[in-house]
Design a protein around this ligand. Structure first.
Ligand SMILES: [Fe+2]
Ligand SMILES: [Fe+2]
Length: 722
């Protein structure tokens, strides 16, 4: 397997039973769908509906006299070809091309004589015995079609099975984890079942009210509904898959002599629905989309009518104009075309209304989130985000930035960028409980609440923000993908600052080292690509805030290295074991986040001071280095809106003599950004500062290696230092 295609999860361990469970899910899905298709077929027989159209009155007529009454002012077309005893001589063939039917009498019994789309009786035509016989023969064909036919049922059931098996195998070949997500499989199954059921019911309604012939029926059936809903809820790939499957199943269910027009109609309307509705971001998009669909349906009908010259519908227009211009007779409206327009409008309106209401229902009962909901949430006007802005401004700023990083990264690898942005914006809402325990919310002079708390208690306070975030997600009814991103954005990482602090204390007391699990987040690990991106964006944003302030100038290559180290530490800690991301995608995510960091911390020339402010007029300094990146005076220019560090954080924490003798922490303990530093009194009184680490060590310390208390930098820690 190509390394770039290998998922991060595959690089780690993968449950042995995964493939087996996918196979089981596929088999269950197949069994349910096949049963559903067969049930719909039985229901169709029970409702006595058929693709072939015959007015109800004609169906109930038993004598030619009844037929005359039944078909008064009706036009009836042959929806299928059928042998007829009316034509006993070749000269009487109904063939419209003028060629005589030369087949012998015995052959007529087996071969069709009356071709499909032949007009059996026109609404203004006078009845003859010949017409009545023709209609009765056609009626018998129709009645035969309606009767339950075991052979026909088995044929259709086998065809359903063949389509479903081939389709499932193709999906599994294309993407072996297609059946891994229960919501996706459940929705596909439900959509197929509802589509088939809807077709049978719509066909039944059509026949009861005798709306027209098969052209009218085709345009009446809302075949684009579930493909449109699928693409809207689950993306374009899912939409295409479901369209293909439904377009294959539809002609098998509907029957009819020629499935080709039905298949073409189904596939074109489904794909049109995909194109029209896949990117609807406002509710009025459904309205516009509905009208676009009506236009496409009408064009499609015109195409099929053009293909069928035998159809009498085209004669309605010359008849209308002739009556208008040359006779005083009452005008016969072109009913065929009026009905066609009505059917298209009914179909378009039905889809429009259904798409207004169904997405909200699906959102409620399945693990999905609609584009409209994402647009609303990404406007940052959600009550929970407003609370975060009011009560924890530092966290709010950090979250906005994480959302933006996640958006850029998701866009680069082609996943749901709005979902990534929203997940990033909400990921730290749990900090609304005790926001003062997070350094980004402390302002100068405010006491650090971690002082006086034991490491295990501080750790519990930090860890709480993930659990409380999940509770808030439930309380505010945030959709499941967002709630998942909130509870998984730290995975099972160790809160290494407090773990290390606890280790130092234990060693000082001569006690055994504490268990790492007590100082770790409880998980779960992120799975969705968007959630993994949020986890990466979170650590990169937080660590870069703390680290980049120490750099003389920012270069892309350095930032990229810095991001790489953060990601490698996450991988080393097995934080991507459940991730759906490929190595190639992970590389792109790192690239994009590194350039986003560079753009965020870009340098600017100093603004010139006015003569009143300063006698010395300062021209802007050219600071561009290394292409687009700037060499900047970080101490002056960077992050003017950052909260000032608390006073006690400004003083260099100095190690006590005892602490100086402590052994170096293990490498893996260095992999977390540090929480609010809490230098002890002893540390403060030490005259000697910690030795200056090398540049590489510095990056390691801030980003992924928590410095022990004695080596803490006086700078405020980053926004997500926990
Ligand atoms: Fe967090
Ligand atoms: Fe965060």
């Amino acid at each position: 397997m190509d390394a770039n295609k290998q998922t991060v999860r595959e690089m780690g361990h993968r449950p042995e039973a995964t493939r087996h469970s996918h196979g089981m899910a596929m088999f269950t899905c197949f069994a349910i769908l096949w049963t559903a298709c067969c049930l719909c077929l039985l229901l169709q027989t029970f409702l006595r509906t058929s693709y072939t159209y015959l007015p109800k009155e004609v169906m109930e007529a038993t004598t030619p006299a009844d037929l005359i009454d039944a078909t008064a002012s009706k036009t009836v077309y042959a929806e299928r070809s059928f042998p007829s005893t009316v034509f006993q001589s070749p000269a009487e063939s109904l063939s419209r091309d003028g060629k005589p039917d030369t087949q012998p009498p015995w052959a007529r019994k087996f071969n069709p004589i009356v071709p499909i789309d032949t007009c059996l009786i026109r609404q203004d035509e006078k009845y003859t015995a010949r017409t009545a016989t023709l209609l009765l023969e056609y009626k018998n064909v129709y009645l035969n079609e309606q009767r339950f036919n075991l052979g026909s049922f088995i044929r259709s059931a086998l065809m359903f099975a063949a389509i479903l098996v081939c389709f499932g195998a193709c999906l599994l070949g294309l993407r072996d984890d297609f059946f891994a997500r229960s919501s996706r499989v459940t929705l596909s199954t439900l959509f197929v079942f509802l589509h088939m059921l809807m077709l049978v019911i719509a066909q039944h309604i059509f026949h009861i009210y005798a709306f027209g012939n098969s052209y009218h029926l085709r345009i009446f059936l809302p075949m684009a509904l579930f493909p449109s809903l699928g693409v809207y809820l689950l993306g374009i790939r899912f939409g295409i898959c479901i369209s293909m499957l439904l377009s294959l199943l539809t002609p098998t269910l509907m029957g009819g002599e020629c499935p080709y027009p039905l298949f073409v109609h189904a596939i074109i309307t489904s794909f049109s629905g995909i194109v029209i509705f896949h990117n609807v971001s406002k509710r009025n998009g459904f309205l516009l989309g509905g009208f676009q669909l009506v236009g496409i349906l009408l064009l499609l009908s015109l195409y099929f009518l053009w293909q069928a010259p035998a159809n009498d519908a085209w004669n309605e227009w010359p008849r209308l104009f002739y009556t208008l211009l040359h006779t005083d007779e009452p005008v016969q409206l072109p009913y065929f075309w009026i009905k066609l327009l009505m059917m298209a409008l009914a179909n378009g309106f039905f889809i429009m209304i259904a798409l207004f209401f169904l997405p909200a229902l699906c959102e409620r009962f399945f693990d999905i989130i609609t584009p409209i909901a994402l647009h609303e949430l990404s406007s940052m006007d959600h009550p929970l985000l407003n609370r975060l802005n009011d009560e924890a401004k530092g966290t709010y700023n950090h979250s906005v930035q994480v959302g933006q990083f996640a958006y850029d990264a998701a866009q680069a690898i082609g996943v749901n960028k709005l979902l990534a942005k929203v997940c990033g914006s909400f990921h730290d809402v749990g900090k609304l409980r005790n926001p003062e325990f997070f350094i980004e919310n402390l302002i100068e002079g405010q006491p650090n609440p971690h002082e006086g708390l034991s490491p295990i208690k501080s750790c519990a306070k930090i860890r709480e923000h993930v659990i409380y975030g999940g509770e808030l997600a439930r309380k505010y009814r945030l959709q499941r993908p967002i709630a998942e991103a909130i509870v998984s954005h730290h995975g099972t990482d160790v809160i290494s600052y407090f773990y290390h602090k606890a280790c130092l204390e234990a060693e000082a007391k001569g006690e055994p080292l504490p268990d790492k699990k007590d100082y770790s987040y409880e998980g779960p690990l992120p799975r969705r690509k968007e959630a993994v991106i949020v986890e990466i964006a979170d650590i990169c944003e937080a660590a870069s805030r703390a680290e980049l302030q120490k750099w003389d100038h920012i270069e892309y290559a350095k930032v990229r290295d810095f991001v790489d180290k953060l990601i490698m530490n996450k991988m080393k800690n097995r934080q991507f074991d459940e991730a759906d991301l490929t190595i190639g995608e992970l590389t792109i995510v790192c690239d994009v986040i590194a350039s986003s960091i560079c753009r965020l911390y870009h340098g600017r020339p100093q603004y010139a001071k006015s003569k009143d402010e300063d006698d010395e007029f300062q021209a802007p300094r050219p600071t561009i280095v290394n292409g687009a990146l700037s060499s900047i005076d970080l101490s002056k220019d960077l992050m003017p809106d950052q909260p000032e560090p608390a006073k006690e954080q400004k003083t260099q924490p100095e190690p006590s003599q005892e602490q100086k003798t402590q052994p170096e922490p293990a490498k893996e303990q260095k992999t977390q950004p540090e929480p609010a530093p809490e230098p002890s009194k002893e540390q403060k009184t030490q005259p000697e500062p910690a030795p200056e680490p090398s540049k590489e060590q510095k990056a390691q310390q801030v980003s992924d290696t928590p410095a022990p208390p004695e080596a803490q930098s006086p700078k405020p820690p980053s926004a997500d230092e926990h």
